[in-house]
Design a protein around this ligand. Structure first.
Ligand code: NI
Length: 391
């Protein structure tokens, strides 16, 4: 243990440096060329890793242990967001309009740190470790799905992922057993009426009044058609029609999202929605188009990986700092794509420190990371491997 702790201590400043560099030069989703190149260059300096670029903006590093055994994957996402940074940090984004406001810079740096530490423990490892630096977490279809399709997980037995979370105090780590995140699917509805003069509605089929009925009626699905214990979130987030005082438009466009933790609900809702849209438009003599776009699937932490994660959290931050979450979030995470393939566990690591002003939420232009979380993240990644492959 002493040796491992010394190794982790020895990469502490380097991890902060990596994180700040990645923060300063952020890349948008599916465009992470510079970030991926930087990560690749850092990994090249570490002895004993086999590097690969499965997709143009992803990097994987494979560490074969001295003895055979299971293969454990550790994942860090690397993409940034279309946000103009207002954090005031000295190493703020130099790429105007792009910011690491979801902590993916930290995720990449923690994983680099773990790679450097674990490469030095190669002789003690019974099995293999695959470090996945994943692009495109923020926008469906997401980078994870693509990597799974490329076969990145083909010989992997288990996967672990970490996310920083400023709404939890630094030093605490939250584990949600089984379902932890929602699926997120999007829909587009076009109501096709007949446009005309605003003073002569009798000659028109008004898509706005029809659309208004559709918006209200859709909530009946949540309230009346589904088991209340599995109620989803169905949000119409866009309603666009017309641009004049005296013109009834031809079409109205509604768009929104469905979030659920239940597979059956996810499957049922599109049909229920289309039935309502079809019924209401038909009742008023209008027509419609209904388009469904599948997004991230439900995140599900497998029991056996939760047991391991719980043990590692206890080892790293102590039992008092372990939070067992009682409810899943309605946010989504493309880590779920890996979990469809192999058992995996995704954890939220507190990075909120009021005194340091790091409690601003993710995806906010003023988000600041408490860098103390980096060391904890390295310890967690190393801890998964210690728990499973080092005896
Ligand atoms: Ni994120």
């Amino acid at each position: 243990m002493q040796t491992v702790n010394t190794l982790i201590e020895s990469v502490k400043n380097e991890v902060i440096g990596w994180r700040r560099h990645i923060h300063q030069y952020p890349d948008l989703t599916f465009n992470e060329q510079k970030t991926a190149n930087y990560i690749y260059e850092q990994l090249e300096k570490i002895e004993g890793l086999q590097l690969s670029r499965p997709t143009p903006t992803s990097v994987t590093a494979y560490l074969a242990g001295a003895q055979s055994g299971k293969t454990i994957a550790l994942r860090g996402d690397i993409d940034a967001l279309p946000i103009t940074e207002c954090s005031g940090e000295t190493f703020s984004s130099t790429n105007t309009g792009v910011m690491h406001a979801c902590g993916h810079d930290a995720h990449a740096a923690m994983l680099l740190g773990a790679a450097k530490v674990l490469a030095q423990l190669k002789a003690q490892i019974k099995g293999n470790v695959l470090f996945i630096f994943q692009p495109a977490e923020e926008v469906p279809p997401g980078g994870a799905k693509e990597l799974v399709e490329k076969g990145v997980l083909d010989n992997v037995d288990m996967i672990f992922g970490l996310h920083v979370f400023p709404n939890i105090e630094t030093g605490k780590i939250s584990l949600k057993r089984r379902v932890f995140s929602a699926s997120s699917d999007n829909f587009d509805i076009t109501i096709k009426g007949v446009g005309g003069h605003g003073s002569m509605p009798q000659n028109c089929i008004d898509p706005i009044t029809i659309g208004a009925e559709v918006v209200s009626a859709l909530q009946q699905i949540v309230a009346r058609n589904l088991d209340p214990l599995h109620a989803p979130v169905l949000t119409v987030a866009t309603f666009q029609a017309g641009d004049s005082y005296n013109v009834i438009p031809t079409t109205a466009h509604l768009a929104g999202t469905l979030r659920t933790h239940n597979k059956d609900v996810r499957q049922k809702v599109p049909q229920l929605m289309e039935r309502i849209v079809a019924g209401i438009t038909q009742a008023h003599g209008a027509d419609y188009e209904f388009k469904w776009t599948t997004g991230y699937t439900i995140g599900d932490n497998a029991e056996e990986t939760c047991d391991i994660a719980q043990q590692v959290i206890t080892n790293v931050v102590g039992e008092d700092n372990l939070i067992i979450a009682s409810a899943p979030m309605f946010g989504s995470e493309d880590f779920s794509s890996y979990q469809e393939k192999v058992p995996g566990c995704f954890l939220f690591m507190g990075s909120g420190n009021k005194a340091k002003g790091t409690t601003v939420g993710l995806h906010n232009a003023k988000f600041i990371l408490d860098e103390d979380v980096l060391d904890i993240g390295v310890k967690m990644h190393v801890g998964f491997v210690q728990q499973l492959l080092i005896s």
